[in-house]
Design a protein around this ligand. Sequence first.
Ligand code: PMP
Length: 286
Amino acid sequence: MTRTVYLNGDYLPETEAKVSVFDRGFLMADGVYEVTSVLGGKLIDFGGHCARLARSLSELEMQNPHSDAEWLAIHRELVARNEITDGMVYLQVTRGNPGDRDFAFPGPDVAPTVVLFTQSKPGMAESPQAAIGLKVISIPDIRWGRRDIKTVQLLYPSMGKMMAKKAGVDDAWFVEDGAVTEGTSNNAYIVKGNRIITRQLSSDILHGITRAAVLRFAAEAQMVVEERPFTIDEAQAADEAFITSASAFVMPVVQVDGGDVGNGKPGPVATRLREIYLDEMRKAAL
Ligand code: PMP
């Protein structure tokens, strides 16, 4: 089946969807994105992703081209047309095509470029990786200072994934001033005793939609949440570690820079939070 994608108001076969070479997303990474998971044909935490999209656009002085209701309708239409049961919807809004390359932002007459597409991932919530856990290495965080904006400027995170791959592990955690900021495409956590420790929100990290939901569920389950920076030494001495993201949900981390976390196996807190997250989010899916 040829995939149907969305481009600026049209639903097109992917081979017919074309964007200008002058698009500022292409030339300058001047654009933002969101990834919403689909489970059982329904969108997970759609409201959270819509709210963050609005914030990313506003921080970059871009107009939001659609209302939340319109975004929802486009997402649903793409899920239906591509018969997605489990997978994700990727959404990207760039500052569009001003007709020339220029550093200054174009005026409001230049329309944004809006692209959405789906990726099918049958059984994604039953990933066997969750029973094994991830191994991570630490790498310096040399990204820009507005990591709270979800821009398409993903070169260093891509390089981080490659460094992890070359080191024979699954992912990398960024470290700045001696403390973990986040993973290449996820938020990072450790568990010590009855405390879940994760970095506090600021422009140093992306405000994960999954993070917000998981911390809410943890508090509801009477777990203690401590929002502060933690070090790699602390992670290696922790009882458990895990990451969260819209596509990995809650995923245990069992090794950090070659050192086992706890007994080197997925721990009960991460496993429980994954179950709660998936149960609750499936119930609330749109
Ligand atoms: N941090 C970074 C750098 C990310 O790229 C992502 C995934 N988009 C996250 C955290 C997790 O955010 P979310 O839970 O909203 O997917």
